[in-house]
Design a protein around this ligand. Structure first.
Ligand SMILES: NC(=O)c1ccc[n+]([C@@H]2O[C@H](COP(=O)([O-])OP(=O)(O)OC[C@H]3O[C@@H](n4cnc5c(N)ncnc54)[C@H](O)[C@@H]3O)[C@@H](O)[C@H]2O)c1
Length: 390
């Protein structure tokens, strides 16, 4: 902390960096008014127009074009790292060595070895570090998690993250298509679903039956800077796609529950289709990110004539909503951007010692997640063999 205030920066002003930048801006308006002053200091992006746009749009004092400028800045205490996965390790290690608090995007790193080194760096540092499994902030998911004890042990978790960002073979090559088996749909969006599976059902004990498939094997190189999944002008040069469009696998949880996971970046018509079903001994629940302001739930409550899945509308009786949105009235609703504001607030609370929210997962949690993804990849590369994790 610098003079009773926290200076904040975001590295990467692409798709998710903007959500981090906006999240810090909103964070002190949420929940209790006990935060130290939050100074929005810098947005950094190697592509200067993105840095300038991000700084101006979200009210940050300055734009930077190198992450090293953030590392060296004495007026910055807290940094989000929102750049391509292969850049996470060098940037996070440098930030931690410079005494910054670091919130790194998921997946924590491109490999288990990189993630181990980052955890070691975090242990040696005197600061707070975390990994951005932002869906853990979802009120509907937390509402289901709160009810799991009441509907008996979970027997089956069925999770899917179905997106369509890679469906068009003409969309430009980007860092998302590089890095070998397991670094595609599995790492990009499957990492979230694996984390949610464990968040809801406890540790995964083994994975098996993994299948990876790639349908678009080369993509055109973009002519300019790209953001997220956006289409853009491309040239005639093609580069090979190095990772999977689809990843499916089965898991067993240490509890004995069974998990089925279906991950795709080529699901027609579903830009952001995260969802899951949970079947427990005495009830069931389901969540669909396309309808984040509700979840469905079934138990033995009503008699047989009217019993079945019912929709529950999210409101201040559920986790995170009370003072978490400006009009915190039942059924007003929220979207995915709010998750980043809630995550930013939880992280700032951890740094300032004012925390009442559940903490943001640690770098060790990010490493653990990568170990599961590595086991899934091992299964896929060996005809679906079972891989034990505990
Ligand atoms: N939690 C979530 O829901 C979520 C959503 C999207 C992405 N992500 C993660 O966030 C990270 C970034 O993803 P994205 O979709 O925002 O990527 P993106 O490609 O949209 O943005 C990355 C940005 O980094 C910039 N950049 C490249 N090299 C740089 C450097 N050396 N220094 C500074 N900036 C540099 C690029 O110009 C670009 O603007 C990834 O790890 C991804 O997995 C998480």
């Amino acid at each position: 902390m610098t003079q009773n205030s926290l200076g904040v920066a975001v590295i990467g002003a692409g798709m998710v960096g903007r959500a981090h930048a906006a999240g810090y801006r909103a964070a002190s308006q949420l929940y209790d008014l006990d935060m130290p002053e939050i100074r929005l200091v810098a947005v950094a992006d190697a592509h200067e127009p993105f840095a300038v746009d991000g700084a101006k749009r979200f009210g940050y004092q300055r734009a930077e074009t190198s992450w090293q400028a953030i590392v060296d800045a004495p007026d910055i205490d807290v940094v989000s790292v929102a750049i391509a996965n292969e850049l996470h390790r060098p940037v996070v290690e440098a930030l931690l060595a410079a005494g910054k608090h670091v919130l790194c995007e998921k997946p924590l790193a491109p490999s288990v070895d990189d993630a181990k080194a980052m955890v070691t760096a975090a242990e040696a540092a005197d600061t707070v570090s975390a990994v951005g499994f932002s869906f853990r902030r979802t009120p509907g998911i937390n509402a289901i998690r709160e009810q799991l004890g009441a509907i008996g042990p979970v027997r089956h978790f069925n999770g899917h993250y179905w997106c369509d960002y890679a469906q068009n073979p003409g969309n430009p090559m980007s860092w998302r298509y590089k890095g070998g088996p397991g670094s595609g749909a599995l790492a990009d969006i499957g990492s979230h679903m694996v984390d949610l599976g464990e968040y809801l059902c406890g540790p995964i004990a083994s994975v098996s039956g993994a299948v990876f498939q790639t349908f678009t094997t080369e993509r055109p190189v973009p002519l300019g800077a790209t953001v997220g999944h956006a289409a853009g002008a491309v040239g005639d040069t093609l580069e090979p796609v190095e990772n999977e469009d689809i990843a499916t696998f089965t898991a067993t949880f240490a509890s004995g529950a069974v998990g089925t996971f279906s991950i795709s970046r080529i699901s027609h018509g579903l830009p952001n289709g995260l969802g899951f079903e949970i079947f427990a001994a005495d009830g069931a629940a389901a969540f669909d990110l396309n309808r984040p302001g509700e979840f469905t739930f079934a138990d033995h409550g009503p008699d047989g004539k009217t019993n079945g899945f019912r929709s529950v509308l999210i409101g201040p009786q559920h986790p995170g909503i009370d003072k978490g949105i400006p009009m915190d009235f039942p059924s007003v609703g929220h979207g995915q951007n709010e998750l980043f504001a809630w995550q930013a607030r939880a992280f700032l609370d951890q740094v300032a010692g004012t925390g009442k929210l559940p903490p943001v997962p640690s770098l060790a949690d990010g490493l653990h997640n990568l170990e599961i993804l590595a086991a899934v990849t091992q299964s896929a590369l060996n005809h679906g063999q079972a891989v034990s994790l505990i």
